[in-house]
Design a protein around this ligand. Structure first.
Ligand code: 5GP
Ligand code: ZN
Length: 141
């Protein structure tokens, strides 16, 4: 099966076997491997084999396959490493903290007080503002 690729993309090079990785699993559409800068031990990535940068451009069936692979890895992380929790995280765009523009889901096991800055405190929103944005989004769907 052929996938779109980008010759300058680090994950495309991993998919092509040009750069090594600790490969956890692979199927026709996805690959999962260990992150080389783990937030905690067991931090892994579920990656589309094809080069699509972000959630708004990837075909939905490929996104579903990446999610399915992330679930398989998360199950192994939970049963084997027994973390206090696991975050699945997927960043889109530099402003969201995406550093590799090739769609992937992080499987991030959590440890108590690990300092990972993914979580935030609840702060009640303004109802009118929520509703105004809701109306715009609903119309865009
Ligand atoms: P992002 O910041 O785009 O959400 O996540 C990219 C992730 O890819 C980072 O957590 C980073 O550590 C990881 N990463 C970057 N380059 C490589 C690499 O060459 N090999 C592996 N295994 N992970 C990488
Ligand atoms: Zn790529």
């Amino acid at each position: 099966m052929t996938h779109p690729t980008d010759g300058s993309c680090i994950f495309c090079k991993i998919v092509a076997g040009q750069i090594p990785c600790f490969k956890l699993l692979e199927d026709e559409t996805t690959i999962a491997f260990m992150d080389i800068n783990p937030v905690n031990p067991g931090h892994a990535l579920s990656v589309a084999k094809g080069h699509w940068p972000t959630v708004d451009v990837i075909p939905p069936d490929v996104l579903a396959a990446v999610a399915k692979t992330a679930q398989r890895v998360a199950k192994a992380v939970v049963s084997e490493l027994k973390p206090v929790g696991v975050n699945l995280l997927q960043a889109n765009g530099a402003g969201a903290g995406q550093s590799v523009p090739h769609l992937h889901i992080h499987i991030m096991p959590r440890r108590p007080n690990d300092g990972a800055t993914l979580n935030w405190d609840y702060k009640p929103g303004d109802k009118a503002e929520i509703e105004a944005v809701y109306k715009r989004l609903k119309a865009a769907l």
